[in-house]
Design a protein around this ligand. Structure first.
Ligand code: HEM
Length: 527
């Protein structure tokens, strides 16, 4: 039966009307000419070599030879769907984004969930953070929220990212994943401990994609129509509730049904059981940020909800499966730098680095004109001076390709004139990863206060079954000293399971040695 066309496909992919039919279209070559017989190949005589003049045959094989594009260097395995964002609360006092101008406004969106380290065919239930990426198609351009399912991250120095990721990938010689590499990196870079503790609790193995939350992790800035900003952390909380698998269930599913999450998401949407999320923000002024115990630019920290409560903004519903996985999910290109007026990056160096990295990888993975691919193309008009390049589907017709006085482009002025709220005070190179006692506080609170006895026992179990494979005594002891610094009983629980001696806490500098964050006077919303 022919599927009904939906908002996504009609708006973005008019030509899909042809592709979506399952009613026996006429077989053609890529230039649209009908082909009489799909398997025949032109040849010289009955038993002779093949003829190069058979375009159908060459067309078929040469396209097949080029089917693969590079998979994402991280987050290669994923699943996605389309849906909408709806504004449920007025936030115009903190954000001038066109999307938020009225309660009830809706934007069409595409979401992709992923695991991070594994290849495109790897298991959905791997112990790994989950990517949680959202492309909001607003009337003022696409606004991408490229989030994870954890509120913190492993690093706060962006140059560590390739090192860290390489230790999750395969050993250059054996081509095997390597537990020593993994823990060698983490134990040398203990600012990762907060994220690693979350990862090795049962939260590290969410049950499918619909029962998990998403977090911006980074601090972003939202700007109102007066040009005043607040820092925000965005939380996307699952309406279906939070569900996890235990280590053994996740391991078994990895073998029995590696596509567990992908299948569940598709089937849920097919039967109308639409996954949805409630979007809220925590906000902080620059003045509050100066007094905050941690740096707002430190991605390894959360903002306590007791001090910075959640303020509701909107909801997300996923109600449409892709018709074509490759065109609508594999080719979707998210970037934290795809922003709209009303949103700005903070100076978090990891975020700053990501602003560059994503469009760079898209140009490599999808090509210069990746923004013109149907799934990435904005729903509002695009007019600029970019022209040509491979696959320039929309090359802006006869519009001048320079700023012409005869037919100029017009400019939409912002309500405020500052391009950005940063104030750059001079160059510096800093070791942002420098560890102090402050860095143990949040993972310690997570372990001692947030987790219950059952969750603590699961965490010790999950860590023990993984760490038992470490071959290097130095690496094992160093990572145990990280756990001991967070809570001695956590380290001792693992030591006992592994039958190794207990280890003393890792020593780091006192809290007073931490780099203090300084905001910029007079620029924030309520200051
Ligand atoms: C994917 C780089 C940190 C969330 C990617 C990709 C790259 C990348 C190159 C592949 C994109 C593609 O091929 O389409 C980096 C760098 C980071 C960093 C350099 C730090 C310096 C983070 C953080 C988060 C995050 C902190 C979340 C808060 C994601 C997500 C995807 C992704 C969700 C998958 C997007 C999709 O579904 O297509 N990252 N990443 N990354 N990253 Fe990061």
């Amino acid at each position: 039966a022919r599927r009904t066309l939906t908002s996504y496909t009609t708006r973005n992919m008019p030509s899909q009307q042809v592709f979506n039919t399952k009613d026996g279209a006429t077989y053609t070559t890529s230039n649209g000419a009908p082909v009489q017989e799909p398997y025949a190949a032109g040849r010289v005589g009955t038993f002779g070599p093949l003829a190069i003049q058979d375009f159908h045959h060459i067309d078929l094989l040469s396209h097949f030879d080029r089917e693969r594009i590079p998979e994402r260097v991280v987050h290669a395995k994923g699943a996605g769907a389309h849906g909408y964002f709806e504004v449920t609360h007025d936030v115009t006092d903190i954000c001038m984004a066109d999307l938020f101008s009225k309660v009830g406004n809706k934007a069409n969106l595409t979401m992709r969930f992923s695991t991070v380290g594994g290849e495109s065919g790897s298991a959905d239930t791997a112990r790994d953070p989950r990517g949680f990426a959202i492309k909001l198609r607003t009337q003022q351009g696409n606004w991408d929220w490229v989030f994870n399912n954890t509120p913190v991250f492993f690093i706060r120095d962006p140059a560590k990212f390739p090192h860290f990721i390489h230790t999750q990938k395969r050993d250059p010689q054996t081509h095997l994943k390597d537990v020593d590499m993994f823990w060698d990196y983490l134990s040398q870079n203990p600012e990762s401990a907060h994220q690693v503790l979350i990862l090795f609790s049962d939260r590290g193995t969410p049950d499918g994609f619909a029962h998990q939350h998403g977090y911006s992790g980074h601090t972003y800035k939202w700007v109102n129509a007066k040009g005043e900003f607040v820092y925000v952390q965005i939380h996307v909380i699952a309406d279906k509730g939070f569900k996890t698998l235990n280590n053994e269930q996740a391991g078994q599913l990895a073998g029995d049904n590696p596509d567990y999450g992908t299948q569940e998401l598709f089937e849920m949407i097919e039967k109308g059981d639409y996954p949805s999320w409630t979007v809220s923000v925590q906000t902080m002024t620059a003045e509050q940020a100066e007094k905050f115990r941690y740096s707002v630019l430190d991605l390894t920290k959360i903002w306590p909800h007791s001090d910075y409560p959640l303020r509701p903004v909107g909801k997300i519903v996923l109600n449409e499966n892709p018709q074509n996985y490759f065109a609508e999910i594999e080719q979707v290109a998210f970037s934290p730098s795809h922003m709209v007026p009303g949103a700005e990056p903070s100076a978090d160096p990891v975020l700053q680095s990501r602003l560059y990295s994503y469009p760079d990888t898209h140009r490599h993975r999808l090509g210069t004109n990746y923004q013109q691919l149907p799934v990435n193309a904005p729903v509002c008009p695009v007019a600029n001076f970019q022209r040509d390049g491979a696959m320039a589907f929309n090359n802006q017709g006869s519009r001048p390709n320079y700023q012409s006085s005869i037919q100029p482009l017009t400019y939409k002025k912002s309500a405020y004139t500052t391009a950005s709220h940063e104030q750059f005070l001079g160059a510096s190179i800093l070791d942002l990863s420098f560890m102090t006692e402050l860095d143990w506080e949040q993972p310690r609170a997570l372990y001692q206060k947030v987790m219950n006895d059952k969750e603590r026992a699961a965490t010790i179990h999950n860590l023990s079954v993984h760490m038992k494979n470490i071959k290097s005594k130095v690496v094992l002891e160093r990572q145990l000293s990280v756990w001991a610094a967070i809570d001695q009983s956590l380290a001792d629980g693992i030591s006992k399971t592994l039958g190794v001696p207990t280890v003393a806490p890792m020593k780091v500098a006192p809290a007073s040695a931490a780099l203090r964050y300084q905001a910029y006077a007079g620029k924030s919303a309520k200051g």
